[in-house]
Design a protein around this ligand. Structure first.
Ligand SMILES: [Zn+2]
Length: 140
């Protein structure tokens, strides 16, 4: 079961993408709570040149770091808005992509991540989502 604080983050991410949804351009919303308790949201930035696209989680983290400095990520979640014509019109929790898993880990190795599961949204540690993370150090 998610806590009320976790549900609050899902609502914040959902509201962010509801307000900015544009088919093929802004489809994912994210919300994170910093270690000092502030909530930041973001939406993804798709781009004509695909490699320039930025995930919603990175936008939310960028806002947090810009506005308050690096305060760590207590919990983060991303949600996807349905496309026009989708049978199921619900906004749903989605897993962070591999790049975002790296990014989240880099900013907080103990971050909690709300991910989809067969029983609805659940919490996983970023370390569980990123086993054997790449490191520049030669430690095993
Ligand atoms: Zn991503």
């Amino acid at each position: 079961m998610l806590s009320a604080r976790d549900q609050e983050l899902i609502v914040a991410a959902s509201e962010a993408i509801k307000g900015r949804y544009r088919n093929d351009w802004q489809e994912v919303g994210a919300a994170l709570r910093t270690r000092d308790g502030r909530i930041y949201t973001g939406v993804n930035l798709d781009a004509y040149l695909g490699r320039m696209a930025v995930c919603a989680e990175a936008v939310a983290l960028g806002r947090a770091v810009t506005e308050t400095g690096e305060t760590g990520i207590e919990t983060i979640v991303a949600v996807r808005h349905p496309e026009p014509g989708d049978k199921d019109q619900a906004i749903v929790v989605v897993s962070p992509c591999g790049s975002c898993r790296e990014l989240i880990w880099d900013y907080d190795r103990n971050a909690r991540v709300i991910v989809p599961s067969s029983n609805g949204p659940a919490v996983a540690g970023i370390g569980e989502l990123l086993p054997n993370k790449y490191s520049r150090e030669r430690t095993l």
